[in-house]
Design a protein around this ligand. Structure first.
Ligand SMILES: [Zn+2]
Length: 253
């Protein structure tokens, strides 16, 4: 499709039709939409942590070897997150949820910005940066304000707390996976936003949706492996495209 997105272009008639008619929508979001809120992928961002690769810190072995260092990194990331805000792309998805009978937002992001924008049905495939989970009893909490200041925080049971995100080499949360597959199978429109979706299971979700008869719409600044077979593919940032799209369809409702 054209690089300049223009909703009045007759070329986009079918796309708008699919968006208007969809009663069950599933959305998959990734790092791209967070990057538009200024959240880097923590690769080579030039800070004190740039000498580490995320995969060197975000794994169980690293945590058991040096929990203080891993916690310090996550505290840094939480501090960065505290100054980040949802962008127009997040808000547009939250608005779309309000006018759609069934709307599931599957995200690979751990920053909670969808919820901050008002989305209520969020399926977090990789956990949440603000959640703490006990290494021993598995209890999770995002209500306690825990700040790492040199000592690894402990659970009431005495176990070490860790950030409630999925680390390299770990399984994805079962309930989230199940819900994600279910929404992908039953939706009539599947949106892929700001992700190249090359990693399992995210990669298979749009495929499942397509096989189950849904239209697949991709919004990404760059082409991805999905572009070839998506029904609609828009080149652009979520924060530019999604508000236009939601505005265009809600006027007709
Ligand atoms: Zn515990």
């Amino acid at each position: 499709m054209s690089s300049q997105f223009d909703l009045t272009d007759p070329e986009n008639e079918a796309l708008l039709g699919s968006c208007r008619q969809a009663k069950r929508i599933a959305v998959l979001t990734g790092a791209g939409i967070s990057a538009e809120s200024g959240l880097a992928t923590f690769r080579g961002d030039g800070g004190i942590w740039s000498k580490f690769k995320p995969e060197e810190l975000a794994n169980m072995e690293a945590f058991l070897r040096n929990p203080e260092r891993v916690w310090e990194w996550y505290q840094y990331r939480r501090d960065v997150l505290d100054s980040a805000n949802p962008n127009p792309g997040h808000f547009a998805l939250a608005a779309w949820e309000r006018i759609c009978p069934e709307f599931s937002l599957i995200t690979q992001n751990v920053d909670g910005l969808h919820q901050a924008a008002g989305s209520t049905r969020v399926i977090e495939l990789h956990g949440n940066l603000k959640v703490n989970r006990c290494q021993s009893c598995g209890a999770e909490s995002d209500t306690e304000e825990i700040r790492f200041e040199g000592k690894v925080p402990k659970c009431g049971c005495g176990g070490m707390l860790r950030p409630g995100v999925v680390w390299f080499g770990e399984m994805l949360p079962e309930a989230a996976i199940r819900e994600a597959f279910q929404s992908s199978q039953t939706c009539d429109l599947f949106l892929v936003v700001g992700t190249s979706a090359v990693v399992y299971p995210a990669a298979s979700l749009p495929e499942i949706a397509k096989e189950s008869g849904a239209a697949v719409l991709e919004i990404n600044p760059e082409p991805t492996p999905i572009t070839r077979w998506a029904d609609f593919s828009i080149r652009g940032n979520a924060g530019d495209i999604l508000p236009q799209l939601v505005e265009a369809i809600s006027i007709k409702l």
